[in-house]
Design a protein around this ligand. Structure first.
Ligand code: AMP
Length: 187
């Protein structure tokens, strides 16, 4: 069974790779960003609150994320899964560790896709035109990148130290197919 985490700054291509690899391995792709974007269509108070937070590029609360992920993982924990966009804070990684421990399972592969900020900026702006995402503009990109540096990078550093044998650095400036190839070789 394969349980995988993808790390990387927004726009590094982790969503693209997570999707390709989930098709390849026939396991679930849990993108917390996608799950939250779907919730925006609900038109209730939570959706209004989420929209405000997400369109500014800030993080949604750990409480909401942990509850989303645990309810989804309950169904997938025996089949394998890919986490894309979670955990992004140390609180989330602690919650995930406890969840996995309580369910007698663990993470088998971690891919950290790295890329520099200038490439990211141009990629995200291109995606904003293609997907019409409200959180893809220069100001919001800056906030999202800072959230990444201030929080998520600490989480990936923590895993790199704790689980060095399953932690793989991937060069995100390569072409999509080249990155997929590298990941498949590792798997
Ligand atoms: P993404 O598509 O992964 O870039 O996520 C889009 C937005 O959803 C982020 O900028 C956050 O506002 C929110 N989000 C997604 N995953 C998380 C998470 N694990 N923790 C907090 N906020 C999140």
């Amino acid at each position: 069974m394969k349980n995988i985490i993808f790390f990387g700054p927004p726009g590094a291509g982790k969503g693209t790779q997570a999707k390709i690899i989930s098709d390849f391995l026939q396991i679930s792709h849990l993108s917390t960003g996608d799950i939250l974007r779907k919730k925006l269509n609900d038109n209730d108070n939570l959706a209004i609150e989420l929209k405000k937070i997400m369109s500014s590029g800030n993080f949604v609360s750990d409480e909401i994320l942990n509850s989303i992920v645990s309810s989804r993982l309950k169904n997938e924990k025996n089949k394998g899964f890919i986490l894309d966009g979670y955990p992004r804070t140390l609180n989330q990684s602690e919650f995930l560790n406890n969840f996995l421990f309580d369910n007698s399972t663990s993470i088998n592969y971690i891919f950290n896709i790295q890329i520099n900020f200038n490439i990211l900026k141009s990629r995200i702006l291109k995606r904003s035109q293609e997907e019409n995402r409200e959180d893809d503009n220069i100001q919001v990109i800056q906030t999202r990148y800072e959230e990444y540096l201030n929080s998520t990078q600490k989480v990936s550093d923590y895993y790199k130290k704790k689980l060095p044998t399953i932690f793989y650095e991937i060069d995100g400036s390569l072409q999509i197919e080249q990155i997929t190839q590298k990941i498949k070789e590792i798997l």
